[in-house]
Design a protein around this ligand. Structure first.
Ligand SMILES: Cc1cc2nc3c(=O)[nH]c(=O)nc-3n(C[C@H](O)[C@H](O)[C@H](O)COP(=O)(O)OP(=O)(O)OC[C@H]3O[C@@H](n4cnc5c(N)ncnc54)[C@H](O)[C@@H]3O)c2cc1C
Length: 472
């Protein structure tokens, strides 16, 4: 009780210091709008911050960081609220919410854009497509660009144009002491390196400057491979992707087929491998890659079409709605050996819900050509990325889903290489953060110690600064 009171007093103190000069919204428990403002995408993480400071501009961010830092209050930073781990909220503390800061400015002649730290992917896509340009990002338009880009950012165009963070030319951020700092290839170069993959460890990014690429449509193929052929499909995928061109992306979801009209009756509710093929080169060349990739699919389930880029970017939006319960574990495989494939095939039959899946993607391409030490994101040499994503609705099913994800992860771990993509981590994996940065860890700690010596920004895949790391 005393502990809670103390926290309430601290958030009151932050509120008092902010309320006269703050241009955005300050929301406290009981205020109208507070209940919506405290919710994040993953319903597993329902917390009650003492104050949500929804910033209107950079000076609001500076004020919130200064006030929070001076009061020593636990502080979360929120862009789209899609942190799988739930880091964009907290109990009793301060949330610096950037959702009013969604401006996007496109410079078509230079193929550059500047976007504010609270943008969702959809707002960037809408603005850049007006000029026939794209910023390579993720696959669900309601995801926040802030968290996605800072952690790395993979999506449909990763093989063609690299990770999102590979396409950032500069950041503007508010650091833990409330200063506004730039980071690019000439200014604060260590910070620029660390921000490309290092997540929210270093400050609140208020603006990203990024490279854009010309693209307005793609060719999309899809098909469902029946259970009996999943093993052969995975073997084919493994061999095929090693030499595939950068214009070709082939993602596979191992799951139970949905019970919907467009799924062949024989497959409904049965284990399947859903293939998603994307061709971003000249449309005439798509067929020669799609044909072998879809050959093992049920013919009734196969579809190929040309698709506007904006339709591609929103087609998965409804599959990952707000308010469900999610739990993930992720890793990289240098090769996909036969016993790993066997374990995955066995696991599909035990999947605990229709929405839960084993997501497989092959990195390589432009993303794989960047050296391990060029960005904090690091080693891209293990091309097979696996994301186990538990997705369900009832709290009573939490234990079943979490234990299925954990159990399968343990079985597969032997074949993985050390490393994990920070944006696919759960909230209980803080011990894996050094693994995520492995040989880049010391450099990360050095940058963190310089810019955030008291670990003000600690609700993230945290890299503790030196004096805190030393205390253990
Ligand atoms: C439905 C869904 C689809 C996804 N698809 C993809 C995908 O295709 N590719 C992919 O790579 N990842 C994907 N992810 C993972 C995604 O990259 C992470 O969940 C990411 O953290 C989401 O960013 P956000 O801004 O919405 O998160 P938030 O929850 O708002 O923030 C997460 C963390 O990011 C940091 N942060 C956010 N904004 C800022 C900022 N402006 N300045 C400083 N720190 C900031 C903070 O540390 C915060 O704790 C997906 C996640 C979901 C839920």
């Amino acid at each position: 009780m005393r502990w809670w009171k103390l926290r309430a007093e601290v958030s009151d103190e932050v509120y008092s210091s902010l309320h006269r000069r703050f241009k955005g919204d300050l929301l406290r428990p009981g205020d109208s709008g507070y209940e919506d403002a405290r919710a994040i995408w993953n319903r597993m993480v329902a917390r009650k911050p003492g104050l949500v400071a929804r910033c209107a501009d950079v000076s609001d961010v500076e004020s919130a960081v200064r006030a929070g830092s001076e009061a020593g209050i636990l502080t979360a930073v929120r862009c789209g609220g899609h942190s799988l781990a739930g880091f964009s909220t907290c109990d009793g503390g301060l949330v610096i919410d950037l959702s009013r800061m969604r401006q996007v400015i496109v410079d078509p002649a230079r193929r550059r854009a500047r976007f504010a730290g609270g943008c969702l992917l959809g707002s960037i896509d809408a603005a850049t497509q007006k000029a026939g340009l794209v910023f390579p990002s993720g696959i669900v338009s309601h995801t926040g660009a802030g968290g996605l880009v800072l952690g790395g950012g993979t999506g449909w165009l990763t093989r063609r144009f690299g990770l999102s963070c590979d396409n950032v030319e500069g950041f503007t951020l508010v650091t833990a002491d409330g200063s506004v700092v730039g980071a690019n290839s000439e200014e604060n170069r260590d910070l620029f390196w660390a921000l490309r993959g290092g997540g929210g460890n270093f400050g609140v990014v208020t603006e990203f400057e990024v490279k854009l690429h010309p693209l307005t449509s793609v060719v999309l193929g899809e098909g469902l491979c029946p259970e009996a052929d999943i093993r052969r499909l995975l073997e084919r995928w493994r061999d095929f992707m090693a030499d595939a061109p950068i214009d070709f992306k082939w993602n596979i979801d191992l799951r139970l087929a949905p019970h919907t009209e467009n799924v062949p009756v024989a497959l409904r509710d049965r284990p399947v491998a859903a293939s998603w093929l994307l061709w971003s080169g000249h449309p005439d060349a798509a067929h020669s890659y799609f044909k072998p990739a879809l050959a093992l699919c049920n013919p009734e389930s196969v579809r190929c079409k040309s698709l506007a880029f904006l339709d591609l970017q929103t087609m998965a939006d409804s599959a990952f709605p707000y308010g469900r319960r999610y739990y993930t574990k992720s890793g990289y495989f240098p090769q996909l050996d036969d016993s790993t494939i066997d374990r995955m095939v066995e696991a599909v039959a035990t999947i605990p819900s229709a929405e839960t899946q084993i997501e497989l993607a092959y990195l390589g391409g432009a993303a794989g050509q960047i050296a391990a030490d060029e960005t904090a994101f690091g080693d891209r040499s293990a091309p097979f990325i696996m994301n186990l994503i538990g997705n369900w609705s009832e709290a009573s099913a939490d234990a079943d889903h979490i234990s299925w994800v954990r159990g399968l992860f343990q079985k597969l771990r032997r074949a993985m290489t050390p490393g994990v993509y920070v944006n696919f981590m759960s909230g209980d994996e803080q011990d894996r953060v050094p693994e995520a940065y492995h040989e880049r860890w010391d450099r990360m700690v050095a940058v963190k110690s310089h810019y955030d010596p008291n670990n003000f920004f600690r609700l993230n895949q945290n890299v503790p600064p030196r004096k805190i790391e030393a205390k253990g």
